[in-house]
Design a protein around this ligand. Structure first.
Ligand code: ADP
Ligand code: MG
Length: 140
């Protein structure tokens, strides 16, 4: 498996609780390299575009208002099999079902406020990275 990149977000519940370093430590301990990182305030339009696939879901309004409720840290992670690896490191969407040692098990507060986002495919990773990063801001 070649080196690949995935897109990550440390969500507002992580920044609010001052957990960005603690989450990054788990990411780095798992062997993923943070090759791009920026702290931003996501606009409503950015959140709606980013989560467009969920726009018919009942939690869409709650999700976009949560994602714009405070700063987030957008990241590009690089490593062997990075997309699947990061999904594993994040743990299940619902922290109650997340495996021990995963980010969501350690830190997440609820299924909505679940600390991190990670791309679910290499194709989506490329699209998501392009939504938030210019190539020159990723230094591998
Ligand atoms: P994942 O982030 O694990 O890929 P999904 O793509 O299914 O999960 O959902 C996107 C995000 O929407 C979740 O990370 C979570 O913040 C939110 N979400 C998912 N399911 C629910 C739910 N039942 N209630 C509230 N928010 C939810
Ligand atoms: Mg998803």
């Amino acid at each position: 498996m070649a080196t690949e990149r995935t897109f990550s977000i440390l969500k507002p519940d992580a920044t609010r609780r001052n957990l960005t370093g603690a989450v990054n430590a788990v990411i780095e301990e798992a062997g993923l390299r943070i090759v791009g990182q920026r702290r931003i305030r996501m606009s409503q339009a950015q959140a709606e575009t980013f989560y467009e696939v969920h726009k018919e879901r009942p939690f869409f309004g709650e999700l976009t208002s949560f994602m714009t409720s405070g700063p987030v840290v957008v990241q590009v992670l690089e490593g062997e099999n990075a997309v699947a690896k990061y999904r594993e490191v994040m743990g299940a969407t619902n922290p109650a079902q997340a495996a021990d040692g995963t980010i969501r098990k350690k830190f997440a507060e609820s299924v909505g406020e679940n600390t991190v986002h990670g791309s679910d495919s290499a194709e989506n990773a490329k699209l998501e990275i392009a939504q938030f990063f210019q190539d020159s801001d990723i230094v591998g």
